[in-house]
Design a protein around this ligand. Structure first.
Ligand code: UT7
Length: 331
């Protein structure tokens, strides 16, 4: 029992915001952003719906996988920036693709979304009750949560989508997943406040002390604390996934980490003792696109022909929650 990645696709909006553009918006510099994060530019959606970006990546993934929409049994969408409370994005994408035989589920696992979705896809496939072909779509409109007055977060994020077609295969993916919900207040963005015509002001005021809402719908992030947790979590999670797969991290041919900060990636990789040449990084061009980072990287790697059959791949992500996860599989 196991899975096989059949193909991948990516979509990044045309509009690009460079570090120089940010110099005009907040008190920052290209030098600071590049040195502290590794980011040079990010793609910005100009009012495009999240599902629309996901749909474009999905169509490309299906084409590259040589799979028709009708062959899909399950669509999993990962996003923290959905367009609607309801319907779910997977349902909208199912309809737009004409994937009439597929069921659809959305998951909200922040930047670890793709790793969780891949694990879920394998579990569905392994269960053996008719789900054999799964489309995972990770689509994010991060810039709609960005406060362009907060220099410590606004320079980090971009928009885009990645999609992957997964089928039943011979190689098992070994995952290590985790959550530390005690750290949930380190990164968050509010949806609309739970107000209705019966809401009493005193009660609402009391509730607003948890996850304070001074930033309105924009994101809050305690960057330095997240940074130090992320370094530890990335290294330990990937190590534990490798232990499950009974290999050492050194035996991985390729590692695709969540693209939050080049310094987080480099420090985590150093902790693992893995050669940095094995690590795929595109943060310079995309910034942090939350759950879309890893599948966008996968699509780019496949397009560049950088993965060969039987190579061992490690994926690792972490994000708001704090949620984290790593998976190790043979391509
Ligand atoms: O995907 C999920 C999770 N997100 C992350 O993984 C992000 C994790 N955190 C980070 O990547 C880093 O903490 C940041 C990139 C957010 C910040 O980098 P840092 O090296 O941790 O900087 P800092 O927050 O400790 O700030 C150092 C200085 C401060 O100035 P003072 O107080 O030393 O005068 C900040 O105000 O850098 C200042 N600063 C900036 N300066 C110029 C913060 N942002 C900027 C900026 N431009 N954009």
């Amino acid at each position: 029992m196991g899975i096989k990645i059949k193909g991948a696709g990516a979509y990044l909006p045309e509009k690009i915001a460079t570090n120089e553009d940010f110099e005009k918006i907040v008190d920052t510099s290209n030098e600071w952003i590049l040195k502290r994060t590794g980011i040079k530019q990010r793609h910005i959606s100009q009012g495009e719906f999240t599902f629309s970006m996901g749909l474009k990546a999905a169509k490309q993934a299906l084409k590259n996988a040589n799979v028709t929409a009708q062959q899909l049994d399950l669509i999993i969408v990962t996003t923290v920036t959905a367009d609607f409370y309801f319907p779910s994005m997977s349902n909208v994408i199912q309809g737009k693709l004409g994937a009439e035989n597929a069921i659809g589920i959305d998951i909200s696992c922040a930047c670890a979304g793709f790793v969780y979705a891949l694990d879920m896809a394998q579990r569905y496939i392994d269960f053996g009750d008719g789900i054999n072909t799964v489309l995972i779509v990770s689509a994010e409109n991060m810039t709609k949560t960005v406060n362009y007055k907060d220099r410590s977060t606004c320079v980090l994020f971009g928009d885009g989508a990645g999609a992957v077609v997964v089928e039943k295969g011979e190689n098992k993916a070994y995952s290590h997943l985790g959550v530390d919900g005690t750290q949930a207040e380190l990164i968050y963005a509010h949806l609309f406040a739970p107000n209705n015509c019966f809401t009493e002001k005193e009660e609402a005021l009391k509730n607003s002390k948890v996850f304070p809402n001074e930033t309105g719908r924009f994101m809050f992030m305690d960057g330095p604390v997240v940074y130090s947790l992320a370094v530890k979590i990335m290294a330990s999670s990937l190590k534990k996934a490798c232990e499950k797969a009974k290999i050492s991290p050194n035996e991985l041919d390729l590692i695709i980490p969540h693209q939050a900060n080049i310094r987080i990636i480099e420090t985590a990789i150093k902790k693992l003792g893995v050669q940095k040449e094995k690590v795929y990084v595109n943060i310079e061009k995309t910034g942090n696109i939350s759950s879309a980072c890893i599948p966008v990287c996968l699509a780019q790697i496949l397009k560049e022909g950088k993965i060969k059959e039987n190579q061992k791949i490690g994926l690792v992500g972490f994000g708001a929650g704090m949620i984290y996860g790593a998976t190790v599989f043979t391509f």
